[in-house]
Design a protein around this ligand. Structure first.
Ligand code: NAD
Length: 493
């Protein structure tokens, strides 16, 4: 696919396609650095226009008063549009992020599924009659929050865009979507699909641009009623501070340093395949990547030797090739920061069992070999901090108590993998690890129906599931008098 097939670079500002007035953004193909598109990102004036148009569109009774089943129909049409354009979306995303075409195709399907699930969930949400303590009806109903800012990272744009936009629209809000600067194009293509699906103009804006400029505006603007953020922990912490000033709800999906635990009784073939997929798919650029591998001492040497052999057999290369398992990272700058973290680990005494460098012959791209590090303690810098690249730390453990202590000894709490044939033990460990998600004898599996989110530095709040729509609504209590009598306190008439 050539640059000519890329979105034209105009932004979607409150339902109109307009040139941005912010700083220039350059999207390149990470496999060889070739240009996809340059565009002007959203500046403050663009953001302010988007907010004004969103306020008008959201307040329109045609949207606010739209019945759930009618709103659901729009969500289904968006899903239809994503499915009809899945190949194009996948190609754009592979060019924009370097992810394998196989993965971006799956992400497009998942985005369509998110809209379908959300449509179905929306039609089945109930409000409640609560128990009255007098002669009145008491009701608990839900209202839209108004304007929701959705701020997303570059690693899985179409899927994270859908995960934020679908429930926010289902709840009756307008959405201001700010994608990351390294991957602005997929969200713009998504806007075109949403527009064609007949969402009333103004309800969605797509505003790629600098976090400090357009991101800040969205978070601080008094008209914005919620920020749904996915990204790094330090950015999330800063947004949470800004949101606190406004007493605005935020949901934060942040980083991870997830433990994967292999007990000696595990099916080791299953465990090797699962560990490889869990850490090296998406070239490790995954918040839930299982980056700390704990292997029980009695199988440690054999298991790690087999794992290294399997890692060295992974196919690294062109993301458009069907056989490729490990594609380039999103950007050479990001690859360099991953390489710097591995170098620091070496300086702290890490033994590099495989990888630890860029692959030969692919120097023009943002490639880095799948890397396994040993000989470190759980407190080493690279075992504490998120790398967001294809780097695995292996550590031995003695028993259940030891691995629970080591697994929890980290500031993040996003995910955990457990490999064992002993189900009661898997259950005990799953309950004892402080984390948002646990996979037992599998890893990195998702259902839109199942809530997702983190503990500790991995975030606040949950996305997905039926409650994902409610998270974009305000609860309201309504009391309706049934007595027809003046209140006795007034002694009137
Ligand atoms: P990032 O925090 O640098 O950026 C995320 C988004 O925030 C981008 O759109 C960015 O432009 C914006 N931003 C930056 N500064 C801002 C500011 N001051 N105000 C408002 N917005 C601002 O993260 P990234 O490098 O794009 O993504 C990688 C991170 O995302 C990793 O830490 C990864 O773990 C995390 N992530 C988490 C999940 C999850 O669900 N928990 C999923 C994917 C990625």
């Amino acid at each position: 696919m050539t640059a000519i097939d890329m979105p034209d670079g105009r932004l979607f500002i409150g339902g109109r396609w307009e040139e941005g007035t912010g700083a220039e953004i350059t999207s390149t193909f990470p496999a060889d650095g070739s240009l996809n598109r340059t565009l002007r990102g959203a500046g403050r004036a663009d953001g302010e226009r988007a907010i004004e148009r969103a306020l008008r569109a959201q307040a329109d009774p045609a949207w606010r008063g739209m019945k759930a089943h009618e709103r659901a129909r729009i969500l289904h049409r968006i899903a239809d549009g994503i499915e009809a354009n899945a190949d194009r979306i996948a190609h754009i995303q592979t060019r924009d992020t370097g992810k394998t075409l196989r993965e971006t195709t799956a992400l497009a399907a998942s985005a369509a599924g998110t809209f379908r699930y959300t449509a179905a969930a929306l039609e089945t949400l109930d409000d409640a009659l609560t128990v009255p303590r007098g002669d009145y009806l008491t009701m608990s109903v839900h209202e839209p929050l108004g304007l929701v800012a959705a701020i997303t990272p570059w690693n899985s744009p179409i899927a994270s865009d859908a995960q934020k936009v679908a429930p926010a629209l289902a709840a009756g809000n307008a959405v201001l979507l700010k994608p990351a600067s390294w991957s602005p194009l997929v969200a713009l293509e998504f806007a075109r699909i949403v527009e064609a699906a007949g969402l009333p103009a103004g309800l969605l804006s797509v505003l790629p641009g600098a976090g400090r400029e357009i991101g800040n505006l969205l978070v601080e603007h008094p008209a914005v009623g919620k920020v749904s953020f996915t990204g790094g922990t330090s950015t999330g912490r800063m947004l949470a501070r800004q949101a606190a000033e406004k007493l605005m709800p935020v949901s934060l999906e942040l980083g991870g340093k997830s433990p994967t635990i292999v007990f000696a009784d595990a099916d080791l073939d299953l465990a090797i395949a699962g560990v490889l997929f869990g850490v090296f798919s998406s070239t490790g650029q995954s918040c839930i990547a299982g980056t700390r591998l704990f292997v029980q001492r009695e199988i440690y040497d054999d298991f790690v030797a087999r794992l290294v052999q399997a890692t060295q057999a992974l196919k690294v290369g062109d993301p458009f090739e069907a056989a490729t398992q490990v594609a380039p990272m999103v950007h050479r700058d990001h690859r360099d920061s991953v390489a710097a973290m591995v170098d620091q680990a070496r300086a702290e005494g890490a033994e590099v069992l495989c990888g630890g460098s860029a692959p030969e012959g692919l120097e023009a791209g943002a490639y880095y070999l799948p890397t396994i590090l040993a000989g470190l303690s759980n407190s080493a810098t690279i075992c504490r901090e998120e790398v967001f690249g294809p780097v695995l730390c292996v550590l031995p453990f003695e028993d259940e108590a030891d691995v629970i202590a080591q697994g929890n000894d980290n500031s993040y709490g996003l995910a955990c993998g457990i490999w064992t044939r002993d189900f009661p033990r898997a259950w005990r460990v799953a309950r004892a690890i402080t984390t948002g998600t646990v996979w037992i004898n599998t890893y990195k599996q998702f259902s839109i129906a199942t809530p997702f989110g983190g503990e500790k530095d991995a975030g606040i709040g949950r996305e997905k599931g039926r409650e994902g729509i409610r998270a974009h609504m305000a609860q309201k209590s309504v009391y309706l008098d049934l007595s027809g009598q003046p209140h006795p306190w007034a002694r009137w008439p």
